[in-house]
Design a protein around this ligand. Sequence first.
Ligand code: GRF
Length: 197
Amino acid sequence: MKPKKLAILISGRGSNMKALVDACTKGSLKGVAKVAIVLSNNPDAEGLEVAKRMGVPTTAISSKDKTRLAFDRVVLKFLKEIGVDYVILAGFMRKLTKEFTVAYPKRIINIHPADTRSHRGLGAYEWAWENKLEKTKITVHYVNAQIDDGEIIAQADVDLKGVKNLHEVEARGLAIEHSFFAQAIKKILTDTQTKKI
Ligand code: GRF
């Protein structure tokens, strides 16, 4: 079976993108998925340089000065042209339009660093820290046109007992994100494959 083609969309640092590229080249997604493109709406995203250094094709389509729909249409056209199977949002800080989300039904996947039933949007680790949570969750979910609202695919616990500051909260969370995202994507791709047989 041919590896599925992923487009990874980012806006900034790209640590989850990096973990996914590693998983596709030498980890749990090897042979299952391939990163066809790393795309950013922010031409200055640090993650674009990281991806280039890893030898992954990249592109920047600036969202500045474009309406939400105009931006989504350019991205959609580009992704359709290169024949992407799945769109992975890894720190992509934009809401997508319905026109975009319906173009890839159950094919757009996001990672959110909280239980999306308890916290959506920015600042999820700050929220966990400020509320002194002893445990938070990482959520991998399908994407619809609302922020962090789509059907939950999988969740992982993050133990926050004894954390001393926000930095530690983030460090514990990201350590889980980096392995869990690849695991969840693998499950989706292999389950989908099995259903087709
Ligand atoms: C991660 O915490 C991810 O869960 C959230 O945004 C952050 C992106 O970090 N959606 P990075 O760009 O992957 O390092």
